[in-house]
Design a protein around this ligand. Sequence first.
Ligand SMILES: [Zn+2]
Length: 233
Amino acid sequence: MSSIIISGREIPYTLKISARRRTLGLRIDERGLTVHIPKRVPQHTVESLLQDKSEWIARKLAEWQDRPAAMQWQDGAALRYLGQDIQLSLRVDARNRAVEFDSARLYLALPNPDDDATVQRKVAQWYRKQALVDFTRRIELLAAKLGVPKPPMFLSNARTRWGSCNSRGEIRLHWRLIQAPPHIIHYVVAHELAHLKEMNHSPKFWAWVEKLCPDYSTARQELKALSAQLHLV
Ligand SMILES: [Zn+2]
């Protein structure tokens, strides 16, 4: 393994040489930094690329290190629902039982509770169901407050956005938001509804958001800080 010094810190990296590559490429994941290069690229070219990209490398590595540990789909696992910690309760049952929730625990009874993919899918299904009910109610309330007709709403699974509003006035909200505290969901709904008034992020737009959600800037920051956590499920 080679290494490079970035702002006084030694960063190890793996060099991968490929005959089919034409360009140099960097990748950062759980294994650290990997540099993909075509054949016959001199070492000093690699090093100067890494120096050019040193800010990006440092930032991406820090993001990976701050990433919360992966979700373990086992009995007793901690989940979140509307900002509350709830516990996953897994039980073997000859048949798939309907998911039950008692405000502290989410009960899943199924033939194969060791099958992570199935457990994850069932939990996600439950979240989606709750999200649909919760978001619909919030949209109704806030649309009335804004004085606009209730827009069509869909659940989304977008990788990078919590909500969106298109030119047809349809609102999409990410189902994983149902894990967040209510005031954060309130902010995202307010944000997307305000787009029915202003299709941009101008001061006029933010004034509408503020009308529906006076504390929007705190909620916005909290959501940013929470995002990686919400994506674990
Ligand atoms: Zn927006």
